[in-house]
Design a protein. Structure first.
Lengths: 297, 297
């Protein structure tokens, strides 16, 4: 590990109790932490793909991608359906391998540490790299509160300490997801009773509660109406101060609105990556230009 | 049904008389089929209630059968030992079959997938479902009664019933667990939860109402079985709480009473049948209540 690396590899190898960089994982420094700034106390980490390849059985869906996601930036992945966008980001937190017959090759560097290294604990990787899915899917048996607390409880961290500390963490995550004011009176109601947009922000809060350094979003707005979409986009803008965000989107206007950098994928290969402005106005590859101007896809 | 054709309606929009007729015939055939299916059900319930209620009395549930079959001056006794025996035997059978059955289902859904071993397990579970109940009784009789040179015992009856319940519990639990959306598992895994915590924290709670329904149906089926108990738990008259000794049960009591030459004893069989049906009905009601109280839509 490089000395300047901000990642403490120790944390990634011992998920059950060793304190994270800010000492908050075991709740030791907590109760005061109720403000929105709580999660902001930590910076995002960079992610780099090196020769990443992903397979479903014998079919290769991601064909050797090298791509850097800079810390505390929003990087959008665009490309036509079936180009491997979702598969690629699912490799970043090693969710890809959960599908029977699926495997990945190459390296994913989380601040210089390869998450595919055999000595790395996959559970710890997923705590450091959160994920928000296309369909809002709060746990149906859990209340709003329990949904947000789920990551802390299921993760084997001893409930994050006392009830007071757990409450503080849940409130902090809900505030960060911009949902607190809407649900503070309904914390014990089922999470599935919220509106679609609220459910998706609940899912964002759920992933923020375990304090990830990177958040992957797989078309998080595609099931939402325009107003709910706008709320999520504002939220992403807000969140990038705290975490690194990688977002897959079918909506090019959305990419243009929220992303610092945009990557264009085609047939499992990276065609081009650059500042969003440049990708949309002055792409260097003709295929990118055809795609962003709507000639195909 | 629709009103008479309106004057001035263009002909191509009018429902033809032939179609009306076919619709009428088809609807009435369906109603007729439903009625035919309901006839035996209603008749069975009617006879059990009419004949059974006559046998019920204040002491019917509080006294053991006396074994007296010819002296009209003496009481023939009630069915206390049979009710308690059924509860004890079925409780032990459930304590064996439910954890094992649900465990097998969890393995099949969460780990087995489509492997050859999982397919083999499914095949044998299906075969077991179709095995006549007397075969389970014979198996236990050979293995635990004559095989060990010992005698009948309540726990041996429980083993036979557990074998009978096992495939039913496994199959119903597998179907229910497979219905838990994969998105929930993925979300929980992506939060950094180890797989076993995903199963216990998300999958099983989400499936719980369905699991309870399936389990109670298996319990109800086991409670009504005579054949596996006849030569495993044997017959006795006295109330017993020792699972190592002989034990009475409702189906066996019915079996014994109905073959008696004495009218009063045959009538007790009807009363016992009504008690058994009522118990099973209560179990089903509980299953429905549990399903309704859950938060799952």
């Amino acid at each position: 590990m490089e000395p300047e690396s901000r990642l403490q590899s120790e944390r990634l190898q011992q998920p059950d109790g060793s304190p994270g960089p800010t000492g908050t994982v075991d709740g030791s420094a907590l109760p005061a932490e109720t403000s929105t700034e709580a999660i902001g106390s930590k910076q995002g980490l960079s992610v780099a793909l090196r020769g990443l390849r992903a397979f479903y059985g014998d079919s290769e869906q991601v064909r050797g991608v090298d791509l850097d996601f800079r810390a505390n930036e929003v990087t959008a992945i665009i490309g036509p359906s079936g180009c491997g966008k979702s598969t690629m980001i699912r490799c970043i937190n090693r969710m890809h391998e959960e599908i029977p017959g699926a495997r990945a090759a190459g390296e994913v560097l989380l601040d210089e540490m390869n998450v595919y290294d055999p000595s790395v604990d996959v559970v710890a990787v997923r705590r450091a790299i959160g994920m928000v899915f296309q369909k809002p899917n709060p746990f149906p048996t859990m209340s709003v509160f329990d949904n947000v607390a789920a990551g802390l409880r299921l993760g084997g961290i001893r409930s994050g300490g006392s009830k007071v500390e757990l409450r503080a963490k849940v409130e902090s995550a809900l505030r960060s997801a911009g949902l607190w004011d809407e649900v503070r009176e309904r914390l014990q109601e089922p999470g599935s009773g919220l509106s679609g947009g609220q459910q998706q922000r609940l899912c964002i809060a759920r992933s923020l509660a375990v304090k990830p350094e990177v958040v992957l979003m797989d078309e998080p707005c595609s099931a939402l109406d325009p107003i709910a979409t706008l709320r999520i986009e504002e939220l992403i803008e807000e969140l990038k101060r705290r975490v690194t965000i990688v977002i897959v989107t079918h909506n090019m206007q959305q990419a243009a609105r929220i992303a610092d950098r945009t990557a264009f994928l085609l047939g499992g290969e990276l065609v081009e990556v650059g500042p969003t402005q440049q990708i949309f106005t002055n792409p260097s590859d003709p295929r990118t230009e055809e795609y962003v101007t709507g000639k195909f896809g | 049904m629709s009103a008479a054709p309106r004057a001035g309606l263009p002909e191509r929009f009018a429902v033809s008389a032939a179609r009306r007729r076919r619709d009428w015939i088809a609807r009435n055939l369906i109603v007729l089929g439903t009625v035919i299916a309901l006839v035996p059900l209603v008749l069975i319930l009617y006879y059990i209630v009419r004949k059974g209620l006559g046998a019920w009395s204040a002491t019917f549930f509080t006294t053991d059968p006396t074994g007296n079959t010819f002296f009209k001056s003496e009481s023939i006794g009630g069915i206390k030992s049979a009710i308690l025996g059924t509860i004890e035997i079925v409780a032990l059978a459930s304590a064996i079959a439910i954890p094992v059955g649900v465990g097998v289902a969890v393995w099949l859904v969460e780990y087995g997938g489509d492997s050859w071993f999982a397919r083999a397990v499914r095949f044998f579970v299906d075969v077991l479902t179709g095995v006549p109940s007397i075969v389970f009784g014979l198996f236990i009789y050979i293995a635990l009664v004559t095989g060990t040179g010992s005698s009948y015992a309540a726990y041996k009856g429980s083993f036979a019933l557990a074998l009978l319940m096992l495939p039913v519990v496994t199959r119903s639990a597998e179907v229910i667990l497979a219905q838990v959306p994969d998105g929930l598992r993925e979300s929980a895994l992506a939060l950094g939860a180890p797989r076993w915590r995903v199963i216990f924290g998300v999958v099983l709670p989400t499936a719980l109402p369905g699991l309870v329904t399936g389990v109670l149906l298996a319990v109800a089926r086991a409670a009504g079985e005579t054949a596996p108990l006849l030569f495993t738990a044997a017959t006795t008259l006295k109330t017993s709480f020792g699972l190592g000794g002989f034990m009475n049960s409702l189906p066996v009591q019915i079996y014994r009473d109905v073959t008696s030459p004495t009218t009063a004893v045959v009538n007790r069989a009807w009363g016992t049948a009504l008690a058994l049906v009522t118990m099973i009905l209560l179990l089903n009601l509980i299953a429905r209540l549990v399903a309704r109280r859950s938060r799952l839509a």
